[in-house]
Ligand binder design. Sequence first.
Ligand code: C2E
Ligand code: MG
Ligand code: MG
Ligand code: MG
Length: 274
Amino acid sequence: RAKKSPGRGMHFYQAEMEEAQRQRLRMASEMRVALQDEQFRLFCQIQMDLRTNQPCGHEMLLRWQHPERGLVPPGDFIPMAEENGLILPIGDWVLREACRLAVAHPELGKVAVNLSPVQFSQADLPRQVAAALAESGLPSERLELEITESTLIRDHARTLKMLQDIKATGVKVVMDDFGTGYSSLATLRSFPFDKIKLDRKFLAEAGESAASVAILRAVIGIGRGLGIPVLAEGVETEVQLALLRAEGCDEAQGFLFGRPHPLPEMALRNTARS
Ligand code: C2E
Ligand code: MG
Ligand code: MG
Ligand code: MG
């Protein structure tokens, strides 16, 4: 298009850029309002220990209860929040809110919180974690932090030090979505993970793909060899569950056990504030 009519193409291009920029600014200001007006919510999803058939914790998943757009999933706003930096205050809110909910709901057991790679740009992240624990009174062994492989490709030494500082508080660190990123198996050796979450794509493809089953089996084997429990994400069917049991997978999470759901929030907020 630019070659055929450079003037016109340029013009459209510029208009598009301006519109995209306006949208970014609008989203940023809406996200600030969302923080202010408490429009963010944490939903929780159960995790099962397949060895004992008991719940072993819950993952806390962010939602945006938008006044006009309704419930917005994290994939629709977290990338933008990572771009404009608002993931930092949002991420801090998530940490505190997860700790608060965990204290108010002992039946949740361990709570797992997702961290954005961008949050590791803050040198005081370990201190934020410690503060969230101290303020809520949540025992550190009830908190797990999930990080993805993209967090680890940034500054190896610096990230490792931060993970060690976080772990020194007694909080567990989990490798999320394992198998989707760029990191190698050496990552598992050089970073002190307490759990590996195998990305759900391997289980989703297990029915049709022998390769996916082989990878699933291999990751469970690696976990066993390293003494790190493996949790399979995205368990939707009994057939998938049977496969995980047959392969000796330690833990599982997915719609088969329960969808992410809100906690009885209003009663809780009233109690917390009275
Ligand atoms: P994730 O950490 O891998 O979370 C699991 C995602 O899989 C969740 O999507 C969950 O609803 C979905 N899921 C769970 N079981 C099943 C299943 O059986 N089948 C299928 N198809 N999906 C299942 P959700 O809640 O939309 O979150 C998407 C991603 O957004 C998360 O992936 C995580 O990377 C990110 N995220 C969520 N909450 C936060 C947060 O508080 N902070 C940050 N930085 N990222 C978050
Ligand atoms: Mg996660
Ligand atoms: Mg995951
Ligand atoms: Mg995933």
